[in-house]
Design a protein around this ligand. Sequence first.
Ligand SMILES: Nc1nc2c(c(=O)[nH]1)N[C@@H](CN(C=O)c1ccc(C(=O)N[C@@H](CCC(=O)O)C(=O)O)cc1)CN2
Ligand SMILES: NCC(=O)N[C@@H]1O[C@H](COP(=O)([O-])[O-])[C@@H](O)[C@H]1O
Length: 321
Amino acid sequence: MEAAVASTGSGLRCSPNPMPKQQHERRSARVGFVSQPRPHAVRCERSPHPDARAYAAVGVGAKGGEAGGVGVERKRLAVFVSGGGSNFRAIHNAALGGEVNADVVALVTDKPGCGGAEHARGNGIPVVVFPKSKSAPEGVSTDELLNALRELRVDFVLLAGYLKLIPVELVQEYPKSILNIHPSLLPAFGGKGYYGLKVHKAVIASGARYSGPTVHFVDEHYDTGSTLAQRVVPVLANDTPEQLAARVLHELLPYVMTELCGEKMVSHLLEARQTLTSTLNSWYYLKDCCAVENPLKHDSMPSISNLSRSIKIAAPGSIST
Ligand SMILES: Nc1nc2c(c(=O)[nH]1)N[C@@H](CN(C=O)c1ccc(C(=O)N[C@@H](CCC(=O)O)C(=O)O)cc1)CN2
Ligand SMILES: NCC(=O)N[C@@H]1O[C@H](COP(=O)([O-])[O-])[C@@H](O)[C@H]1O
């Protein structure tokens, strides 16, 4: 039997709820965790210490490893996946390594047996199945999902290879706080039917010479939310979809989250996005094409601190267009 208690690694522990069922149902999330032997009410208990949310105690270290900034509260992320979860693993590793000032406190999936869910279980991250379906009867409803995300005090929702439409209720609950990484330069090759290798097959079939990932805010339609950042990569003459997918790497989402969760960015993000995108493309160009070891130290790069000085800290969800 899988562990009945899953630590989220940030002071929250989700365990079978000791409260009487009817009382529990009124008071807290009813979430069917895949890691439980059967869907039943669970309660996510907060740590007894009110300030359990770790505050980043590190500045941006000389070696650039720490991303927080003294006094910047660590953000709490819920990541949605449907497959192997390569972008999820990249974010999780960046959070564990200190590059992203955040904790992954929940993994949400429509495919409870997928690789992303396995990685979450192996790392003590609660798994929530959404939506309910014939193949996933243990799934939760939209209201139950919202309750679970509130219980876990989620700040940002990241879609990392999630293949279902996010309901408008969730979009409204997390305004400008749901991000998706799409593996093409939107608006090209986006929308219903464009996901996974299908995207790269379409790019190659079109004869396009460039492609790349897009990180964007999520609205109620597929791939139409405001773009935060893009990275351009070449499409080579004999690329297979798999080779192109590998080049459209998984660095962009961790980079954006490093900035979003650190002290460097965050309100008026959309106004700064052009600067961010050009900074990003310069960063990748110098790193990939000029083999510059640390582009952020390169003379031609605008310093991130100059970029960050132009924007102020904002509470999650307060980023306005
Ligand atoms: N409200 C939103 N929900 C989601 C968005 C979004 O921008 N707004 N992005 C997608 C991710 N995505 C592209 O980045 C995407 C995923 C899936 C599809 C798609 O056509 N799905 C199929 C079903 C596939 C399946 O179940 O295997 C479909 O809807 O017919 C398009 C784009 C995540 N959600
Ligand atoms: N439209 C969304 C979309 O196509 N996302 C893409 O699905 C793949 C799933 O990856 P995974 O194996 O890491 O889960 C990833 O390449 C991701 O960019």
